[in-house]
Design a protein around this ligand. Structure first.
Ligand code: FAD
Ligand code: SF4
Length: 556
């Protein structure tokens, strides 16, 4: 496969993960390098999820000494995970959080993960790119925000990561049209329904893109199509940092320190520079010294940590001189539509991510709303199916009837691009957690555009299922994928980090996770978060940005 816009230099391509699937064994941790708290490492990364793991891996390969702390465990898929919906709740971040606003977003299993691999342990596996338009929605559509970087800045990193994970799918006609390194998977009953209904309704749909091995890949076996992707994939066919970038980081000298909850970023108030982090492990407080710190704790915990790290020099929290921390937090509207068919569909007999369409992704000038949505197969397992049915108000005997009928249903989900709003934000609540730290309060209210988009997305999915022959169609409204809250901007008045992920006003503090996204598109975010982390690492390792000088826009 050729990479146009590739990173050419040989020493730089040496930072990439091998694309033959070698070194994917998480058990390498037995031999991992370990640093003492008193060692001043080059970088401490907070959170070993989508962003943190790629940053750790790339910089470890570039020769940096890196310690990555995660609040959760270092999972062993063989012993820790079960192919069981109920027993997989340990994968989620379920610490207390408060929600509010006019349209509160339930937090728990449909948001963030906990432990090495982060939320990608239980993500579905869809790995689409953002469209070029996502980076300039303010200019193009008069809504949202323009990013300080553009699609071409991320393109080479998208290409590398698609080869590293690897991603399987049909040629992609939307956004920046591209191909995938691995062939698409065969589709099951739910995927067939989507393809059939879309064709009948005049909608283009494609198989993929999914980060699930199609054939053996190194020591990762072929997907066995049993559908437990959201429960962690014991088989290791689905890519997550736990089996891709983390083992490679370990092999290049990084330390991954699990069960280590970072409670504060430490600052020398005389210089305004970060000196390390304070963290709790087994109830004992530790301090890891570092020359620089990168936070990658997900959209709720990252702003919370910035606020918890206030000092006399930064009384409102780090990066918050302009009251930007926690603002513009976004969630995608994710309505889910199920259709009943006389034939047995058995939607659980495949990975939930199979087929998707981005036909409605871009703004349609003929419509009363801006931006758009994507549509994907989602295939809920029985407990999630029961939640779908009860959200429709069914209970008792009707609920039992829907449950008995489970094998006859096919389900699609939409991802609607809800717009960023400054009032949708994380603040600190008065309630405290088990460590005595204020929990996050997340207020969320939809815009009129969001509601119109959600209605149109529901109609498009219902049209597909009806065109496929569904006798009954039921739709519920949900949310998915939190991003934003510490957004990237050109000026500190508009965001928390600059285009190099550096926190305005704190020269050696970086944020490298989904919280930096200024807009969210209608694509699932993990690949974009990884690509941003890969770009940030590349710029740090090549000294295009370094932790020793202040960010020009945020110097204080
Ligand atoms: C059910 C579900 C399905 C999804 N499916 C998809 C999909 O198909 N495709 C897709 O692209 N995206 C999907 N996502 C979303 C995707 O997984 C996340 O957007 C992405 O992983 C976020 O990356 P991140 O780096 O911001 O945070 P995460 O990957 O969540 O990593 C954050 C890490 O930080 C740790 N952490 C947090 N606070 C602290 C602290 N104070 N100290 C130490 N460690 C800390 C956490 O334990 C966690 O491991 C899905 C999410 C869910 C919930
Ligand atoms: S369906 Fe495939 S990717 Fe999903 S959990 Fe099973 S083996 Fe893993």
């Amino acid at each position: 496969m050729s990479f146009d816009g590739d990173i050419k230099a040989r020493n730089e391509s040496a930072w990439l993960l091998p694309t033959d699937g070698s070194r994917t064994d998480h058990r390498l941790r037995a031999d991992m390098r370990r640093y003492a708290d008193r060692d001043e490492v080059d970088l401490v990364v907070v959170g070993a999820g989508a962003g943190g793991s790629v940053l750790t891996q790339r910089l470890a390969r570039a020769g940096w000494s890196v310690v990555c702390l995660d609040a959760g465990p270092f999972w062993d898929p063989d012993t820790d995970w079960v192919s069981d919906e109920r027993a997989s709740h340990t994968l989620y971040w379920t610490d207390p959080r408060q929600i509010g606003g006019k349209d509160p977003v339930p937090l728990g299993s449909n948001n963030s993960g906990r432990g090495v691999g982060g939320s990608m342990i239980h993500y579905a596996g869809y790995t689409p790119r953002f469209h070029p338009s996502d980076f300039r929605t303010r200019t193009a559509d008069g809504v949202g925000a323009d990013w300080p970087i553009g699609y071409p800045d991320l393109k080479p990193h998208y290409q590398h990561l698609e080869a590293e994970l690897p991603v399987a799918g049909q040629d992609w006609p939307w956004g920046d049209p591209h191909r995938y390194p691995h062939h698409p998977h065969p589709v099951s009953g739910n995927g067939e329904i989507f393809l059939r209904g879309a064709a009948a309704a005049g909608i283009t749909a494609r198989v993929g893109p999914v980060a699930i091995t199609n054939g053996r890949f190194g020591n990762r076996p072929h997907c066995i199509y049993r559908g437990f992707c959201l429960q962690g994939c014991k088989v290791n066919a689905k890519a997550s940092p736990l089996i891709t970038h983390i083992p490679d980081a370990l092999a290049h000298g990084a330390e991954i320190r699990p069960d280590s909850h970072v409670t504060r970023v430490l600052i020398d108030d005389r210089t305004g520079r970060v000196t390390g982090v304070s963290y709790l492990r087994a109830g004992v407080e530790h301090r890891q010294r570092a020359r620089a710190v990168a936070i990658a704790g997900y959209s709720i915990e990252t702003p919370r940590l910035l606020l918890l790290s206030a000092t006399p020099r930064y009384p409102g929290g780090l990066g918050n001189d302009h009251d930007q921390v926690g603002r513009y937090l976004m969630v995608q509207g994710a309505p889910q539509t199920a259709g009943r068919f006389d034939d047995e569909i058995r939607m659980y007999k495949a990975p939930p991510p199979e087929v998707s369409s981005e036909q409605f992704y871009e703004t349609d000038p003929g419509k009363p709303y801006q931006r758009g949505w994507s549509i994907q197969t989602v295939s809920p397992l029985p407990i999630t199916w029961a939640e779908h049915v009860t959200a429709q108000g069914h209970w008792g005997e009707p609920l039992r009837e829907y449950m008995r009928d489970y094998v006859h249903w096919a389900t699609l989900g939409a991802l609607c691009e809800f717009l960023p709003d400054p009032g949708n934000r994380v603040t600190l609540a008065e309630e405290t957690d088990r460590h005595g730290l204020p929990v996050a309060h997340f207020a969320y209210t939809q815009t009129d555009n969001d509601r119109l988009l959600m209605r149109a997305a529901r109609q498009s999915m219902e049209a597909i299922l009806r065109a496929a022959g569904a006798a009954e169609v039921i739709t519920i409204d949900r949310y998915a994928h939190l991003v934003g809250g510490a957004r990237m901007a050109t000026r500190p008045e508009d965001g928390v980090v600059d285009a190099d992920h550096r926190v305005f006003g704190v020269p050696n503090l970086f944020i490298v996770d989904g919280s930096v996204l200024p807009t969210q598109g209608a694509a699932n975010p993990a690949l974009t978060i990884m690509a941003l982390a890969a770009r940030a690492a590349h710029r740090l390792a090549t000294r295009q940005v370094h932790a020793d000088t202040p960010s020009p826009a945020g110097a204080r």
